[in-house]
Design a protein around this ligand. Structure first.
Ligand code: NAD
Length: 498
């Protein structure tokens, strides 16, 4: 059995805890490796290595730090195929989707390559007599990231790409379900020229998360995962004096107005609801057609489209999506489908009985479609995180916009229409953090910023873009005076610019 070790101070750290997590191959259902959970002492050793490295790294000029990012990008591109294969084999998403996962992370690295320009401070010449004022952004020190299973390449890169480029050193605690790619990223970062200790990976579950949240030398924690845990991380981390951003779960809605191009909508919905087996925080699991005619037409076309979907193993180039991440998660999705039936929604397509010949033990589940889903239902309120599309019919634009706006989650939302005025009004009014207009998965590009509202995010700053730079730096403002001539009298009142 292959063991996946921690990665500390530039090398593998074989853990002594005797605690492991099973890493499955979701295609076959077999355990393919086990990941070593770090002890508190090993986590402390990683923090100490990072603290030691941080002094020199922060003193390295930004252009040199950027060169490491350029080289890291080149190395990932060199190893793209191998990384995607590993990612698929632990997560279950198809190879093309794994490449997308890596590529979206790389785009943050590309953003980080521009850090010398982005880090430039502000300067005011002559703010007073002989007085100039300037500001600089300085790194925080050792910072940490805790990431979910569903984007094992992109989300770590969202975090450490920016954090390291601005001069911090990093402790990454990836999901224990698919930890190999995060370790490979750390190895590649060393190969790219980052000094030992700049990027460390420690493995574990709640106990490792708690060790991070309470460690006195970790200055900031970025978390992405489910909402209850995000809330816990936010509360615990801030109570221990850390800066925390904690992204949570989602239930993204797609509104379909009567004038939308339904052929395109069906294609967009199919990819956004069922791609990656629905295991995306920016998946689109709720569709809200406006008007009965739109709903009926859409339903008919969706059923036909779902029939064309091919569920296969993650290496099957013809597969639209592969297995979900674990048997437990598969059961959870199937249970939600049953709850949906019990609470009175109409199960139009039932994916529960799907089984892939030759891979009967794999964690596969077919696509499901519900109609007649209502606001009060548990399956509408909660995140299912599987290949299940729920249709909630609305009579009017007002009724439709109220649904995502009032939902507990507020990550992403989309509207499909040919009416620019309606789309503009929707974007302005909807109570959700990321909006797509005829874009089903509106994940902002790396130089913009990613973050939801309400229970989809705790804390004030988003991931990547300038917001990410703000999260991983603190501002220092210098007021400098070089007086000319005679000594001035002491001032006993607060200086003003009157
Ligand atoms: P998860 O919350 O189970 O795990 C996330 C991280 O928390 C992992 O590293 C895990 O080891 C750790 N963890 C697990 N249990 C813990 C506990 N009790 N206390 C402290 N830490 C714990 O999430 P997941 O299943 O890996 O990922 C799926 C979830 O992530 C979904 O809810 C999805 O919507 C969300 N997600 C959100 C975003 C976003 O940006 N908003 C992006 C991707 C995924």
């Amino acid at each position: 059995m292959r063991d996946i070790a921690n990665f500390v101070n530039g090398q593998a750290l074989v853990g002594a805890s005797g605690r492991y997590g099973d890493v499955f191959n979701p295609n076959t259902g077999e355990v393919q490796a086990r990941v070593q959970f770090a002890t508190d002492a090993e986590i402390d050793a990683a923090v100490q290595a990072a603290a030691k490295a941080q002094i020199g790294w922060a003193a390295t000029n930004p252009q040199r730090r950027a060169r490491v990012m350029f080289e890291f990008k080149r190395l990932i591109e060199r190893d793209m195929n191998a990384l995607a294969e590993i990612l698929s084999s632990e997560h279950g998403k198809v190879i093309a989707d794994s490449k997308g996962d890596i590529q979206r992370g790389l785009e943050v690295i590309e953003f980080a390559c521009g850090i010398p320009h982005i880090l430039k401070g502000e300067y005011t010449e002559g703010a007073g007599p002989g007085i100039d004022v300037y500001s600089m952004r300085q790194p925080l020190g050792v910072v940490a990231g805790i990431t979910p299973f569903n984007f094992p390449a992109m989300i770590p890169m969202w975090m450490f790409g920016v954090a390291i480029a601005v001069g911090n050193t990093f402790i990454l605690k990836p999901s224990e379900k698919d930890p190999t790619v995060p370790v490979k990223l750390a190895e590649l970062m060393m190969e790219a020229g980052a000094p030992e200790g700049v990027l460390n990976v420690i493995h574990g579950d709640k106990s490792a998360v708690d060790a991070i949240l309470t460690h006195p030398d970790i200055k900031a924690v970025s978390f992405v995962g489910s909402s209850d845990i995000a809330h816990y991380v936010y509360q615990t981390g801030t109570a221990h004096g850390k800066r925390v951003q904690a992204m949570g779960g989602a239930k993204n809605h797609g509104l379909v107005l009567p004038d939308a191009d339904l052929d395109q909508v069906v294609k967009d919905l199919s990819g956004a609801a069922f791609g990656s087996a629905g295991e995306r925080c920016m998946a689109l699991p709720v569709v809200v057609p406006v008007g009965q005619k739109t709903a009926d037409e859409l339903r008919e076309r969706l059923v036909a489209e779902i029939e064309t979907l091919h569920v296969g193993i993650s290496t099957d180039p013809a597969a639209h999506y592969g297995p979900v991440v674990s048997a437990q998660h598969r059961t959870k999705i199937a249970d939600y489908i049953q709850i949906g039936v019990d609470e009175g929604a109409e199960l139009v397509v039932d994916g529960r009985d799907f089984s892939l010949q030759g891979f009967e033990m794999g964690f596969f589940i077919g696509p499901s479609l519900f109609d007649g889903v209502k606001k009060g239902m548990k399956t509408y309120q909660e995140e299912i995180f599987g290949p299940v599309l729920q249709m909630v019919r609305a009579e009017s634009f007002e009724e439709a916009i109220a649904l995502p706006s009032e939902h507990q989650y507020g990550n992403g939302v989309a509207i499909f229409t040919r009416n620019g005025r309606a789309a503009r009004e929707f974007a302005q009014r909807v109570n959700v953090g990321m909006v797509g207009i005829n874009v089903p998965i509106p994940v902002p590009v790396a130089y913009h910023t990613f973050g939801g509202w309400k229970r989809s995010a705790f804390g004030d700053t988003n991931q990547h873009g300038v917001e990410g730079v703000k999260f991983y730096t603190k501002v220092k403002t210098v007021t400098a005076r070089w007086p000319e001539g005679d000594v001035e009298d002491s001032a006993f009142v607060i200086p003003t610019m009157k």
